[in-house]
Design a protein around this ligand. Structure first.
Ligand code: 2M8
Length: 463
């Protein structure tokens, strides 16, 4: 098939995946494995949906922010109460003792987890605005109203991260659970997790193992016990951050989360401009951006030539060669030497330059890392959604050619493999869930943003 026709077909297929996972005002992360609404998935989904329908894209975020906590926290999962209880663990009943028991949680019927995930949301909101600007007056007016409505909620969310999650004023966000990082099973968390002593736990099911073709693609039982134990501890203190800070065994400064927050704050600044927010808020956001970049700079590891997470409990960095180490590139470091080194590491045989790779795309964990595992999630497979983040960051740091190579290679990967959650780096085999919503979403955005493409051109082609 001719290349252009193939891309058009890919766009229709991506739109179809999102349509099928659409639950009304929100989208489940995957058809079976993830039957609920996940926070950062929804932000990426909104980025893709914007190419099809800016109103529906806005709705995705409105429904998520309807479940925002009084503290400003945006929960990592909003539970679909129609999903069969056995379809996901830990489900809503598992958090029930924590969420409604907490004075900060949204009132029922909304049931959420007590954790959060990386703040891609402001980036998605600005994206919706950018697309709406090419769609005529009515769409633009509607998008402006959406921005006015969501801006204070985004501001509260970022303020929560900059204060409650950073009492040290380090510019870096503290996470309480690997699930908060979004790169859950990454070796980034190994040493910190090993230090967690697991107490008495009732037996727990593993429905996630049913959702994949073999268990080697999901976390081990030993890791799951720690995940569940950390959830248990957070629930025991009713998700109150002050108490978590005082007693929780897993307190980690996450550099990738913090880098995303830097970029999200830049997006928030643009949104503040559109809605005419007070100058004092502009100044606060600028301060967060500066602080974030400074914090990342302090976590640079000259030996591994990557940025490292930091374990607050053990007071030591967490060495691992993973894509999280590219955090300064994602944040847009102002240090040119740093950037040059990171681009060289990205191209090296430690990441996208490994000659054995099926496609020159960075594995989530470097094949040179002792914990590398090409099939297990976040420990080696290639993640299209992370590659979207990288592509988007490369454009912003002025690397359009590299970005374009990444975009085309990723589209080739998805055309030949499908909308997989992740891919085996050497064979290209689709792993994890099929028809993962965020993979379809980033495909739509990639297709609409070729070197000559413009945001919004897909709508007429797909309709
Ligand atoms: C994965 O995480 C969930 C827990 O939050 C799981 O394994 O059950 C991660 O890849 C996470 O980043 C993602 O948001 C979620 C849904 O796609 O799945």
């Amino acid at each position: 098939m001719e290349w252009r026709a193939a891309l058009k077909q890919l766009a229709s297929q991506a739109a179809e995946v999102l349509r099928r996972n659409d639950m009304g005002g929100w989208t489940k992360a995957a058809p079976d494995l993830y039957p609920h609404q996940w926070s950062w998935d929804s932000a990426f989904i909104a980025i893709g949906l914007a190419q099809l329908d800016t109103r529906r894209a806005s709705r995705e975020l409105v429904s998520l922010f309807d479940c925002q906590w009084a503290t400003g926290k945006v929960p990592h999962i909003v539970f679909n109460q129609e999903a069969p209880p056995e379809s996901y663990f830990p489900g809503p009943e598992h958090w029930a003792a924590a969420a409604p028991g907490s004075p900060d949680a949204p009132s029922t019927p909304a049931l959420t987890s007590g954790l959060c995930q990386p703040p891609v949301h402001a980036v998605a909101v600005r994206h919706i605005w950018a697309v709406a600007r090419n769609r005529g007056e009515d769409v633009l007016a509607e998008a402006r109203a959406f921005l006015c409505d969501i801006y204070p909620k985004l501001f509260a969310w970022h303020r929560y991260l900059a204060t409650v999650r950073d009492p040290e004023e380090s510019g870096l966000v503290t996470i309480f659970h690997p699930w908060e990082s979004g790169t859950d099973n990454s070796p980034r968390w190994n040493a910190a997790l090993e230090r967690v002593e697991v107490g008495e736990l009732p037996p727990h099911p593993r429905p996630d193992l049913e959702g994949v073709t073999d268990p080697s693609q999901r976390p081990t039982e030993e890791k799951y016990e720690r995940y569940i134990w950390l959830v248990e501890l957070i629930k025991r203190v009713r998700c109150e951050e002050g108490e978590i800070y005082a007693s929780h065994p897993f307190l980690v400064k996450d550099v990738l989360f913090s880098a995303i927050l830097v970029r999200a704050n830049e997006a928030l600044l643009d949104i503040a401009e559109v809605v005419g927010a007070a100058e004092v808020e502009h100044a606060t956001i600028r301060g967060w951006i500066e602080q974030g970049r400074k914090g990342l700079e302090e976590r640079w590891d000259p030996e591994l030539k990557l940025c490292l997470d930091y374990d607050l409990r053990a007071a030591e960095p967490l060495p691992a060669r993973t894509v999280g180490g590219f955090a300064p590139l994602i944040a847009g470091t102002e240090n040119p030497d740093r950037l040059e080194i990171l681009l060289a590491v990205l191209d090296s045989s430690d990441f996208a330059g490994d000659p054995m790779l099926r496609w020159p795309l960075p594995p989530s964990t470097s094949p040179g890392d002792p914990e590398f595992d090409p099939r297990r999630y976040w420990r080696g497979p290639v993640w299209p959604v992370f590659n979207w983040l990288l592509w988007w960051s490369l454009i912003r740091i002025g690397e359009p050619e590299r970005a374009e190579r990444l975009r085309l290679t990723s589209l080739e990967q998805i055309s030949s493999g499908g909308f997989g959650e992740y891919f085996e780096p050497f064979t290209g085999e689709l792993l994890g869930s099929k028809n993962q919503s965020w993979t379809a979403a980033v495909t739509l955005d990639w297709l609409a943003n070729g070197p000559r493409g413009r945001a919004g051109q897909l709508e007429s082609e797909i309709a």
